[in-house]
Design a binder for this molecule. Structure first.
Ligand code: FAD
Length: 462
């Protein structure tokens, strides 16, 4: 009798899940588990948690959806909490498991969790399957150690020479071991969150495979928003200017291949245009960062980065805290940071601006900012976060947040997220320091390089 354990980690879905399908085909009976890692919510020296309450809640919603979908097929999900290397061996012993199936990890923290479990269970046959990217890592025309330094040098050959594999079908039967104990998701209290924090947390989108697949359907066939994506993707306000697939991709509630094949169907049936091309381009970009993260390992978390840069940051903690809280006095930055703090999400435009401002204007170590985003973002994905920060710190030109607030007509967005400015007109709300506004902070500093943008705002809107 072959008994397998399917260990879900960042692949919280039944569709397009190779390790799940392999477990079903190779074993007579299966047990299913997820472990909430205690360290994920630990307090960092920087003064915030590694993962904050919105991430907790989004994870809870996603795991509970998985549990419901497994139960529908007659299989309970064991949800344990603490340290996987202590919890998984207990499950293995209790249910006489011979095999463990899971998605392959690549980043050091995630790998350590896996290796620690393997060390505790030397007799178990572990099988891991790759499922994180659009193009399978074995199908790209590069060895990982040769992943190019520029996205173009990766993207063009990869797109020419690789095709996403077909998706694995959602299973209809799971061969679950009978009488497995049912468990609930652990309480937020176990991780030190208060009732108030938990009740006030409102992740920007609801977690889970069902919500992810619904979002995919909505953004494509239902609303046909995808047709305009190319021209709306740089906005900041609301749900519809971009896909919002990232939180679901981060926890594996949807797979990039599932998105790709739905986009291909959309191109056949509704419209093929620059927007459909661009969405796939973004998924290829995400792949590129994944493979680049594999190439450079822990260097992507270090201040000097994988380019070994030697930059003397000033690292003023009071200023850093003002940035975190959305109290810098620059409305375009503060509105985005306040949105991040409240709902765990920020547009790409916001991320670019907030990162560039922190590093190039406030002269604060980019790894502090990246750690803060890691704490807050419900779509936190290791390579996408740390390598996008690396780009902002070392690989791209400066972004002027005053100019961008005008270029992207951010007035409504600012009024929504900064109540102190909600009564200001279109001109004042972009440059409130020029007026007699007392309940909103004055800028940390006004740079001479912003003068032309400020004058342009006055000219455009005055
Ligand atoms: P869409 O515009 O609809 O794009 C579709 C998908 O393409 C996204 O869901 C995402 O998976 C992928 N994608 C788009 N842009 C990028 C990009 N620049 N890099 C990698 N993948 C991309 N994205 C994350 O998924 N997790 C992160 O932790 C993360 N941190 C970031 C930090 C900084 C400083 C910056 C500048 C960007 C970061 N991004 C991150 C990339 C990007 O901002 C988000 O993927 C995007 O805003 C998510 O919204 P969406 O799903 O509506 O994106």
């Amino acid at each position: 009798m072959k008994r397998g354990l399917v260990w879900f980690k960042n692949d919280l879905r039944l569709h397009d899940n190779e390790s799940l399908c392999q477990a079903i085909s190779q074993c007579d009976e299966l047990v299913f588990c997820f472990c909430v890692e205690q360290d994920l919510f630990q307090n960092l020296d920087l003064g915030f948690r590694k993962a904050d309450i919105n991430r907790f809640k989004f994870l809870e919603q996603s795991v509970l959806t998985l549990k419901k979908n497994l139960e529908f097929l007659g299989a309970p999900l064991i949800i344990c909490s603490g340290i996987a290397a202590e919890q998984i061996p207990k499950i293995v012993n209790e249910y006489n498991i011979n095999f463990i199936f899971g998605e392959e990890e690549y980043a050091s923290e995630e790998l350590k969790i896996v290796v620690d479990v393997q060390d505790q269970l030397p007799k178990i046959d572990f099988q891991f399957y790759w499922g994180k990217t659009l193009y399978h890592k074995d199908d790209i025309p590069f060895e990982i150690e040769n992943i190019p330094l520029t996205s173009k040098a990766y993207r063009i050959p990869a797109s020419k020479e690789s095709t996403p594999r077909v998706v694995f079908k959602t299973p209809t039967a799971l061969n679950a071991v009978a009488n497995v104990k049912n468990t609930n998701f652990p309480s937020y209290k176990l991780f030190g969150f208060s009732e108030e924090e938990y009740n006030n947390a409102i992740p920007f989108v609801e977690g889970g495979e069902d919500a992810g697949l619904e979002r995919l359907h909505y953004y494509t066939f239902e609303s046909e928003l995808l047709t305009g994506y190319r021209w709306t993707r740089n906005r900041s306000e609301g749900l519809d200017y971009s896909s919002k697939f990232s939180p679901y991709l981060a926890l594996g509630c949807i797979s990039p291949r599932e998105i790709y094949w739905v986009v291909k169907k959309y191109e056949e049936r509704i419209k093929k245009n620059q927007s459909t091309w661009w969405l796939v381009f973004e998924l290829v970009w995400r792949d590129y960062f994944t493979f680049k993260g594999m190439r450079f390992g822990d260097k992507i978390f270090k201040t000097e980065g994988f380019k070994n840069k030697d930059v003397a940051f000033e690292n003023n903690e009071t200023i850093f805290n003002r940035w975190c809280d959305g109290n810098t006095g620059i409305p375009f930055i503060d509105a985005h940071m306040r949105q991040l703090n409240k709902v765990g999400f920020m547009s790409n435009r916001g991320r670019v601006n907030c990162a560039s401002y922190l590093v190039h204007d406030l002269k604060i170590d980019w790894t502090w900012g990246a750690a803060y985003f890691e704490s807050k973002l419900i779509d936190y994905y290791v390579s996408a976060n740390w390598l996008n920060w690396h780009v902002q710190a070392y690989e791209i030109y400066y972004t002027n947040p005053v100019n961008q607030s005008n270029k992207y007509k951010a007035q409504e967005f600012i009024r929504t997220w900064i109540p102190e400015l909600s009564d200001l007109n279109n001109l004042q709300v972009l440059i409130p320091w020029e007026y007699d506004i007392t309940n909103y902070p004055k800028p940390i500093e006004l740079y001479r390089k912003w003068e032309r943008s400020i004058n342009k705002i006055k000219k455009d809107l005055g």
